[in-house]
Design a protein around this ligand. Structure first.
Ligand SMILES: Nc1ccc(Br)nc1
Length: 463
């Protein structure tokens, strides 16, 4: 063990910030309400999750894209120009725009109406339209981005989260949805989650459409009925029935809607809607593809799945924890009429969003959170100040070979040994006169506690 103590003037070894009483008033060190900081230990977990998102995106040969968090409000308000923040879902018919009860919108200094985006897909559609003929379809794009909502303070809920989005633009057949579901299944597999922990409920907006047509319910009620039936399984049947009645749906139609949307069997759905119905043919094709992919055990038909975005037009899906303790883990669907709401020709599209909140609750629940420690290859510590130049040459050459180096200064040796253990360093390299006079430096391998002297250029040689 090195015998020298460093010549640093005495100071507290304990480096926690010592607050000193003073008349200075401390700034509020908390982030704005509903937002989060990511200190290193949280950032390691976030990067671990996001790296898995990226790896799955690579496996499906999706290209990464990105957009501003700040968007024009026009992307999220209905054609008539009325702001939708105060509007209930119900007033937005299916092929209108989005239903964000808590849009984080404001006016910037130039008087422009802007928002912190509530979700990614509209920005993605905007870029596809902007790119126009310069991109060839289909596009397979992914991004990981922060999304916002303006939650009332009282509810104390988060105002931001990160979402992994995967979208396929330009494919009209359900094989696109089958690809997206494969991505979700691969992601869960990488995190150690099995089909016993999580299932993926699948349905189609066309199921509800067929039922409404069966009962000659006018199209303009579609979105409102979606809002109401989206609560199936969350509120009592009476509440659903009363709300549907209030919306002007007949008793007979209500019974038909609830009966069909309670179906969990595709063959039963076929009996009700007939084998030629598009919802039936789409779903049967998707389940056949799932057999071929080998993920059939992850999915099940559930007619009550509606999903919360107004613009879905076909297959919709959401992943859920089979114990039913958590909110949906991710969700998505087909949106074939989104582009025309932006004044463009329609382009068939589907996608999903996968948030960074519920997945961590599930991983915690299942004991699957990884133990991610800081990793450093080498610590270089200067024992004698006059050797600083030589030490920096060593640091520089190590880094040029790709080794991460934590250069420690102004510390006692005792602290350095503790620090090396703490950050899982592979080697501790001590630069001191007694060895340097012989052209050597002292190396300690933390894992084996072996200690030896080596020449400087032996340090960068492969160990
Ligand atoms: N759309 C949205 C945005 C932000 C959060 Br937190 N949750 C949902």
């Amino acid at each position: 063990t090195a015998t020298k103590d460093n010549a640093r003037p005495p100071s507290t070894d304990d480096d926690t910030l010592v607050s000193v009483a003073s008349e200075r008033s401390l700034v509020d060190v908390n982030p704005p309400r509903g937002t989060r900081d990511f200190p290193p230990e949280d950032m390691r977990l976030r990067n671990w999750l996001f790296n898995n998102f990226r790896e799955v995106s690579r496996l499906l040969s999706f290209e990464e894209v990105d957009f501003p968090v700040l968007e024009s409000e026009a992307l999220f308000i209905r054609k008539g120009g009325e702001e939708i923040t105060q509007q209930a879902w119900a007033e937005i018919v299916m092929n209108e725009l989005f239903s964000y009860c808590q849009l984080y919108n404001f006016e910037d200094k130039g008087g422009r109406r802007v928002v912190l985006r509530p979700e990614i897909t509209p920005s993605l559609a905007r870029l596809v339209i902007k790119q126009g003929k310069s991109v060839s379809l289909p596009l397979k794009w992914f991004t990981i981005g922060q999304c916002w909502r303006y939650e009332r303070m009282t509810r104390g809920r988060r105002r931001e989260h990160y979402q992994w989005n995967m979208d396929i633009i330009g494919l009209s057949k359900v094989r696109a949805e089958a690809e997206l579901i494969h991505a979700i299944v691969l992601l869960f597999g990488r995190l150690g989650i099995t089909s016993s922990d999580v299932g993926i409920r699948i349905s189609s907006r066309k199921v509800l459409q067929a039922v409404l047509q069966l009962h000659s319910i006018p199209e303009h009620l579609f979105a409102e009925v979606c809002v109401i039936v989206d609560k199936m399984g969350k509120v009592s049947r009476d509440v659903i029935e009363n709300e549907l009645m209030t919306a002007g749906v007949s008793i007979e139609a209500i019974k038909g809607i609830i009966e069909v949307l309670s179906l969990k069997s595709l063959s039963k759905l076929e009996e009700v809607l007939g084998s030629e119905d598009e919802a039936v043919t789409d779903l049967k094709s998707l389940f056949l593809l799932a057999e071929h992919y080998g993920y059939i055990q992850w999915i099940n038909f559930d007619a009550s799945v509606v999903r919360g975005l107004a613009y879905y037009t076909g297959i919709v899906f959401e992943a859920f924890d089979r114990e039913g303790k958590l909110r949906a883990i991710c969700g998505g669907g087909r949106y074939d009429r989104l582009f025309s709401t932006f004044g463009s020709d329609d382009i068939p599209a589907c996608g999903f969003g996968f948030g960074d909140a519920v997945i961590f609750e599930l991983l915690k629940e299942k004991g699957l959170l990884p133990d991610l420690n800081r990793q450093v290859d080498d610590i270089v510590f200067l024992l004698d100040e006059e050797l600083e130049g030589s030490a920096l040459k060593i640091v520089s050459s190590l880094r040029q070979t790709g080794r991460s180096v934590d250069l420690i200064q102004d510390k006692r040796l005792k602290w350095v040994f503790k620090h090396a253990e703490r950050i899982n360093a592979e080697r501790l390299i001590l630069v001191g006169n007694s060895e340097w006079q012989r052209g050597m430096v002292r190396v300690k391998i933390l894992a084996t506690r072996d200690e030896f002297e080596v020449k400087m250029d032996e340090l960068t040689a492969p160990s």
